[in-house]
Design a protein around this ligand. Sequence first.
Ligand code: 13P
Ligand code: SF4
Length: 336
Amino acid sequence: MSVINIDSAKQNVEKIGFLDVEVDATLDLFHEIERLKKEKNAIILAHYYQEPDIQDVADYIGDSLGLAQAAEKTDADIIVFAGVHFMAETAKILNPKKKVLLPDLKAGCSLADSAPADAFREFRNQHPDHVVISYINCTAEIKAQSDIIVTSSNAALVVNSVPKDQPIIFAPDKNLGAYLIKKTGRDMLLWNGACMVHEIFSLEKITKLKIRHPKAKILAHPECEEPILHIADYIGSTTGILKYSREDSATEYIVATETGILHQMQKDSPHKTFIPAPPTNNCACNDCPHMKLNTLEKLYLCMEYETPEILMEEELRKAAKKPIDRMLEISRAGGL
Ligand code: 13P
Ligand code: SF4
């Protein structure tokens, strides 16, 4: 139940993750958010998996690499991050002096959760000669234990930048890791993590869908399992998938990633048909429950009251920044 008093709502944020305050239903939230952006010199960075209304008020929408690069170069005083916790945390790591807001602190990530810091430290200690490459979908504690961070759009470039005789640990996504082993020919030691959304696609249902839509191309995110990637016409990050669907000549696509991306695909190519790849159960499991915790109301409230805010210990931040900086350098040098 929403509370009226903002002070008690602020006290409750740590427990429930967001400001539980009743928003006047007559407010034009799009207008209010634009006003707050100007008044506070705030920028909204949003991931493609956010709900359409949030994407429509964002100043920048992108994949994880694009969002980190946008966070690195912004001169706004406040970064409002419409995405999940590890993304906002990355923005804070790159911008210690700026205020970084996240509409709902509980917007986590099953992949990041699959690598607890202590267990990972033990794993890493068992393989001290390995370089640790971690997918950006991990906590600051894992980043601090890593040598280089990657996203799905620069992972192959980064893996290939490591000398051939150097053993590598790749964490936390075993599906992206297996895809990279195939793509780069590097035999990496994989941490056993996965994304709950990308693991749920049904090969059988996609195959049946393809029979009904023989001309449809299958677009997949590399967090999907191998059998799905095996039948895909294109594999890439969300930005890669979007670009491919814009530039390719086909008119029908089956999209094996979180459904939020369909909003931009449809906007970019209104004459094309985009079909979300079906999950195994009759559920909406191809919607990320973490990403979808953010709503336009929570976004407005966090801008108005400047909370919830991402805070981090300086020592951890500095340690987590090093491998992110390496990723950004390698990406720049590689033209990304
Ligand atoms: P990208 O947008 O970088 O492809 O990542 C997808 C994802 O799962 C983010 O959580
Ligand atoms: Fe994490 Fe998967 Fe959600 Fe992306 S889609 S935020 S990897 S749980």
